[in-house]
Design a binder for this molecule. Sequence first.
Ligand SMILES: [Zn+2]
Length: 225
Amino acid sequence: MPTLKPRLLANIIRIIEAEEHVAKSYKRLKKAMEQARRHKKIANRLKKRCFRLGNPKVSTKIYQSGTIKNENHGLIKLPVEVKKIIFKALPTAADRACLGLACKDQAAVYDQLKTEKNKKDYAQHVPKRATDVHRLQMLIRLKPDMPAKYRICYLCLQFIDTTHPDNAGLWGGSENRVSGGKTTKTAMIEGPRCPLCVAAKKLEAAKYKDTYKKYLALVDKVSFK
Ligand SMILES: [Zn+2]
């Protein structure tokens, strides 16, 4: 059996060690990045930075461009006053938004409704501003068309990809408490909450601690751009 020269043997050992080292370093860095990304998401929940509610609006560029193809449809031919009455008679803001997105003509009426003055003495159902409840209504409306892996978190008001490693863990809250499509403020407290929101709530319980502030400050230093 041929024997390797000591120098060559040392070189082979060095190469094997280097390969192991790079594999280990990559694994450690990947894990650290995953942890940091998850904590960033948790901290965003603590700082209420998950999303910003914009005012409900359909861009004029969309509904003023091109032609209306279904202009002979009975709903399109109705006088604009009647169309407004239909919008206001709908039970939820999500219903109004869905009708507004149905076609260019409805989008234009939806947008015109916003110019109406709000009177405090009666509930005027015009799309003035979006609230958390409106967002939840919309998420529940969209749910049947979403892939099965997405679950609604009633606290951070987002579709959560249940297969993504960042979102691993146990869900809190109760699906039963919000059965039948409940979209109230209470539903947001009692409904299912994602593992990241569960983790955020747990941290928030100790928000009086200095370490809590340090945690948030440290997460702020992390950027994934
Ligand atoms: Zn959540």
